[in-house]
Ligand binder design. Structure first.
Ligand SMILES: Cc1cc2nc3c(=O)[nH]c(=O)nc-3n(C[C@H](O)[C@H](O)[C@H](O)COP(=O)(O)OP(=O)(O)OC[C@H]3O[C@@H](n4cnc5c(N)ncnc54)[C@H](O)[C@@H]3O)c2cc1C
Length: 387
């Protein structure tokens, strides 16, 4: 087994690391404090090619392999999970769906704009009454002479307030259940039927944009459908398979950020006349974080390897997502313990890690849903089908 990165992958990681340290880290605390969605910073991230990292170069993307994409996301995740969420949503949830399911016309129309950051996208699957049971969409799409009319509501949609393009999942025929599900490419500019509203009071990700979206007589043309009627659920799963990988990679970044920060802090902070790093119990906390970080990273690398070699990887991606998100939550908790009272204020990034990481075991499929996917692979029994 070869665990070494290629020269190119090492360069990609070093470049993303320097970009994160120079551009993202210095703005992270203020953006968090001011709940500011930093479009200027998003433009810089786009200029690096990170918003279309895995999109083929023919469509304006960087054409990276999944391992390289994961290395970039890890670094950005170490810097700021709000910005990592932008990359994950735009690249994995939106672009990857269009790459996989779009017509050439749709790819030509949307991918270059999304990769360059000229347009932002969002992924509208979750609804007020439809979360983990994503196939049970209440949003309805009705065929008209000129296209489709969509009515319903979406909830917790990252970048929903700023999106130029929204992937909206809707039911075209409730009697057909998942065979009636479809995904629509909704251009938001001038579309009065698309009404987003900002969600305030989040625990973390204060620098990210999150929306509740009302869809009322939202008209789209006939060619706005991505894939066909009945493909909606498969499209959502395609996106989530990429998105879960991206979240997992971002969580490796949080783990690594905790290790780096705590090691430095523990060597500088003195108690009982010695650096706290010399106490065995403190070293134990550092060691626990390091083991979790390496284990999470290896699971992400395995998922990347399977993706890059075209092998099935749903289960392995869920394993990476489950472990890395839970590990990052544990690391962020431990990091505050290492810093003591200082870890409780935002003078140090671990306080923000602690709040930002909490959502990662919820979005893109909760930890319980990942366990059911893994359990289904082990037993052949699908606990996700309602009885
Ligand atoms: C900040 C933020 C950003 C988000 N961004 C997006 C986005 O961009 N696009 C989007 O579509 N969604 C987004 N989401 C929504 C997110 O994906 C959902 O919150 C998540 O899927 C869980 O759905 P829910 O909140 O409705 O919880 P529920 O589905 O109601 O789950 C509640 C609890 O019940 C458990 N549960 C549910 N069903 C089962 C089961 N069968 N077996 C065992 N346990 C079960 C869950 O694991 C959880 O613990 C975002 C959420 C947040 C908080």
């Amino acid at each position: 087994m070869d665990f070494a990165l290629t020269d190119e992958q090492r360069l990609i990681k070093e470049t993303a690391r320097a970009f994160t340290d120079n551009e993202i880290v210095p703005r992270a605390r203020d953006n968090d404090r001011n709940a500011h969605f930093d479009t200027e910073l998003v433009a810089k991230i786009a200029a690096q090619g990170y918003l279309g990292a895995i999109v083929p170069q023919d469509y304006g993307g960087a054409g990276l392999d999944y391992l390289s994409y994961g290395l970039v996301v890890e670094e950005i995740g170490r810097g700021d999970s709000s910005m990592r969420t932008v990359v994950s949503v735009q690249t994995s949830l939106v672009c990857s769906a269009i790459v996989r399911w779009g017509t050439d016309e749709q790819k030509q129309r949307y991918l270059p704009k999304l990769c360059s950051g000229e347009w932002l996208g969002c992924f509208g699957l979750t609804e007020p009454d439809t979360g983990s049971d994503a196939a049970n969409q209440r949003t309805r799409a009705r065929k008209t002479d000129s296209g489709w009319v969509i009515d319903g509501a979406k909830m917790w949609i990252s970048m929903g307030n700023v999106a130029d393009l929204a992937l909206i999942f809707a039911q075209t025929d409730p009697e057909k259940a998942h065979k009636g599900l479809a995904c629509f490419l909704v251009e938001t500019d001038g579309n009065d039927g698309y009404q987003p509203q900002e969600i305030h009071g989040k625990l973390g990700l204060h620098g990210s944009d999150t929306a509740a979206i009302s869809l009322s007589d939202c008209e789209v043309p006939a060619d706005a459908m991505l894939g066909d009627i009945g493909d909606g659920f498969k499209i959502a799963m395609t996106s989530l398979e990429s998105g879960r990988y991206s979240v997992a990679a971002g969580c490796v970044g949080i783990c690594q950020g905790c290790v780096d920060y705590c090691v430095n802090y523990a060597k500088e902070r003195h108690q009982f006349g010695r650096p706290i790093a010399s106490f065995q119990l403190v070293q134990g906390m550092l060691a626990d974080m390091k083991v979790e970080t390496d284990a999470a990273r290896m699971l992400v690398y395995r998922a990347a390897y399977l993706k890059d070699t075209g092998q099935p990887n749903s289960t392995e991606t869920s394993i990476a997502k489950l472990y890395a998100t839970e590990a990052a939550n544990r690391c962020a908790t431990t990091a505050i313990q290492v810093l003591g009272g200082s870890g409780y204020v935002d003078d140090h990034p671990v306080e923000r890690y602690f709040r930002d990481v909490r959502v990662t075991t919820l979005y893109e499929g909760t930890s319980q849903i990942q366990k059911l996917i893994i359990g289904r692979a082990l037993t052949g029994i699908n606990a996700l089908i309602p009885s």
